[in-house]
Write a protein that binds this ligand. Sequence first.
Ligand SMILES: [Zn+2]
Length: 423
Amino acid sequence: MARARTGDQALVREINLTVVLRALRERSPISRASLASLTGLNKATVSSLVEELIGAGLVIESGFPKAARVGRPGVLLELNPAAGCIFGVEIGVGFVSVIATDFAASVLWRGEENTRACRSQEVVIPRAIGMVREALARVSGSFPRVLGAGVGVAGLVDVSSGRVLFAPNLGWQDVPLREAFEAELDFPIYVDNEANMAALGETCFGVARGARSVLYVSAGVGLGGGIVLDGQLMSGAAGVTGEMGHMTMLPDGARCNCGNRGCWETLVSQNAVLRRVRELVSSGAGSLVADLARGEMEDLTIPQVVEAARAGDEVCRRALRETAEWLGIGIANLVNLLNPEVVVLGGILSLAGEFVMPVVERVVTERALRWPAESAKLLVAGYGPDAAVMGGVATVYERVLSNPGASLRARRASPPSHPPGRR
Ligand SMILES: [Zn+2]
């Protein structure tokens, strides 16, 4: 078939394929006729687009509707979970985490390795790639292709080049991370800041699913986040957005890792909570944490603080309350700025959601303008420690939906270098 097509026709078809895929994602199972009325495309066009998507293995026919109606019922369509496998990778502070999923984001394999002993890029990057290879060997045999890997890293990332510009908590500066993965792996690689990826993961598959504008705030070792506007992750002029933790809150406050003083992150992060607990304990307040941490207050963790708070410990409750006040102040500012539909609190502090969220809600109601405050739903992240890896999966998934042609032209899954073990 040597029929020439103009660039415009090819582009329109690509856009229409995306429209059909997104409708399938939101409404499946759905018939061709319902797809046509939902998208406004004519039935012949929908049929032709669906045939192409079925031929490419992205869509399957999944049976007939249960309730028989008058006339011939249309066969139902849905996205094919077996269309391809996806890898989500997180390079965090002290660990690397990898998951493999199908095209429906069901987790098929997961692994995590401790990298506390050495955070250097020469050690951490090959280990992360090795874990992806292991996942590939385990799952790729069941799929016609690998759709890609989304790699989230705890630092500033230039998304367009896939370079880590600065990751103070890893000690990395100007690291060509995507290039390193691409040199070893034969499928598309996407790199972004882990909190940006987590924002997309919660919007695509998690608690904010279906929302068009989402503010994701992740409070962990640092304080970061991601902003989804009109369904798309904001990427910014330099490819760096969501660095909300470095908003100045106290002009003469404590020195931050970024070099500034009084950043929001110095007031709200896991270290900010632990510092408040230690200060209260050393000023003589009695607390259960001294027992939980076996006297080693330097090794105190957020799960221990939450456990003590649940047992009624007033020191831990107060530390969480004070942290939540500052969290609420920053969120109120951002709610005024962005008018989001959903605000999601992620990161390890979300473990303390029952103590933190009521305070945040009160502060946002008190301080933000009434209209954006009333329209913002405040939720705790659904994925917990999996937020960034699921975000990596969401990044690949979104690329396939928005650019199906390129994803399908991507190479088929290479056979594993050694036979996968029996599952
Ligand atoms: Zn800062």
